[in-house]
Write a protein that binds this ligand. Sequence first.
Ligand code: HEM
Ligand SMILES: *[C@@H]1O[C@H](CO)[C@@H](O)[C@H](O)[C@H]1NC(C)=O
Ligand SMILES: *[C@@H]1O[C@H](CO)[C@@H](O)[C@H](O)[C@H]1NC(C)=O
Length: 543
Amino acid sequence: MVAFLMPALGFEHPLVLVLVVAVTTLAVVAIYRTLCADRYPRNLPRIGAREGVPWQQMRKKFQADCLAVFDDAYENYSKRGQSVLIPVFGPNDEVILPPTSLQWLVRQPEDVVNSLAAQVDSIQLEHSLGYKFAYDPWGGMLIKKDLNSAMDAMCAIMSDELNAAFEATFGTDTQNWKELDLFPTCRMLSGQLTQRFTVGDSPEGLKLARDKSWVQSCYNVLDGMLDVAGAAASYKRFLRPVVAQWTKRAMPGKLGDLKQRFEPLYRERLSIVERKGVNDNIQGPRDLLGMMMDYAVNERPDEVLNLDDMAKRLAVMNFGTMHQTVLTLHNLLLDVLGSDQEFNTVSVLREEVQRVMGPGDLGCKQWNKAKFQAMTRADSICRETLRVHTFLGRAVQRLVVGKDGLVTEDGIRVPQGAMVSILAHQTQTDADTYKDPHKYDPFRHSRRREAAAEPGTGKPGLHNLSFVATSAENLPFNHGKHACPGRFLVEYEFKLIMAYAVMNYDIELPESYGGKRPPNTWFAGFGIPPLEAKIRVRRRSPG
Ligand code: HEM
Ligand SMILES: *[C@@H]1O[C@H](CO)[C@@H](O)[C@H](O)[C@H]1NC(C)=O
Ligand SMILES: *[C@@H]1O[C@H](CO)[C@@H](O)[C@H](O)[C@H]1NC(C)=O
């Protein structure tokens, strides 16, 4: 055999061949071991090790029942203030830190543990859209910096769109009940509202926001991005760039469609920006795209002149504004209806909306900050939905980027390249914090806030129990300086949607559900809502 191969390979001496084969084999093994090796220190507990469960078996368990692995990690390690290594989706591992380390973790320097690097790792923008969209996320910076001052305009835009968005999705029939597939309905409803405040404050943009095929095109790109992220998660990090060449093959088509539909709007906005450049008095569109164009003109002039780049920037923005919002809205409506028998949730909401907005404002036009804040019960409903039905099983994900790794509070040196996080669902449903922790109790938080009302004014107390207040007890938006900056907008969006829905529609679950909402399931570390759920709606007659 060797003699046969030798001439073919051109080796003149058998010893050379043996040497080459040996060195190559050693090199391959060395490279593979370096890339795949368990580089975690011995003193980091591995889940299941104490009970002698082999790691590969734990990995299979995660694939079959990730919630059980999370529960085990929480019960046996997090609750005792200990770090633990668990298998997560695909061939990957993650170091779960205890919730008592939350404040400590969010204070760690960015060059030790990095939030952006963790996001890039889980969303894979680098592969779905390209390097600069992952590592120069200026759209997100804008939301952080400017959303607060743009909030009133955003809300005015949203409330103006409510009626159109509901009529397009829930319908106008006041006589007959209509059964809706809830998830696609939420996608279109929230999609139309979101596109209205993203692009809708100009003639071309308004056309798009109300065009179902535009909203669908936005979701197609979003779904494509999720596909790339999901496929990447099935591989070790060092293989992802290779695998991505295959998994991202659908992206150009989806992006091309978005870009083509976006072009007339882009041209319109470019000309507005040009006119603004010579005349300071021109008030540009006050939507997210307006903010993005204004920013890019000054800070990324090469991008603003590039249709392709701006379409991709819009796709990143849509990922932030649409993905989790829709999943949460879906859960929210199911929770409202599923808790109605026991808590009269719909009537309580109606009472609150009428009290706060005034009986003459069923369309929710006359909103203001004070009114939103006064909707304590609606606020509690939203918080309870994300407490019980959070999408991200792990919160505060950070990639360890420091050369020397990260030394945890329990004294374990986690190496560079490791991912650390805290379990959100288990922390939020801890029996030591919440009575009947897995029960959806819509007014759980508002009862406490009303009991702590400021004497005299009657204003609810305990602002740290509001929807947007993050803490170890409320992690769906993360915590610290990378907490979701969009949550203030989400709060208004959900309150507007709920208020409008209950004032203008009768809503119920199909009879066959027996008053109960279908449960969420856990897969790959995510809480997935029942996407096939249906609801029944009928427009209420005015007066
Ligand atoms: C219910 C809906 C939403 C949920 C549950 C949610 C949750 C989150 C979470 C968990 C993060 C941290 C990501 C990470 O560290 O991996 C995040 C980041 C972010 N979110 Fe949201 N989000 C929602 C809606 C929105 C909306 C509507 C916007 C925009 C208006 C938005 C803008 C952002 C931005 C810009 C970041 C990046 C912040 C940073 O890295 O510093 N989000 N969001
Ligand atoms: C905690 O560990 C014990 C064994 O040490 C195991 O029997 C138990 O199921 C674990 N807890 C959870 C919630 O899995
Ligand atoms: C909220 O504030 C109260 C009183 O200041 C405090 O006792 C409580 O622990 C806080 N809760 C959370 C979740 O931060």
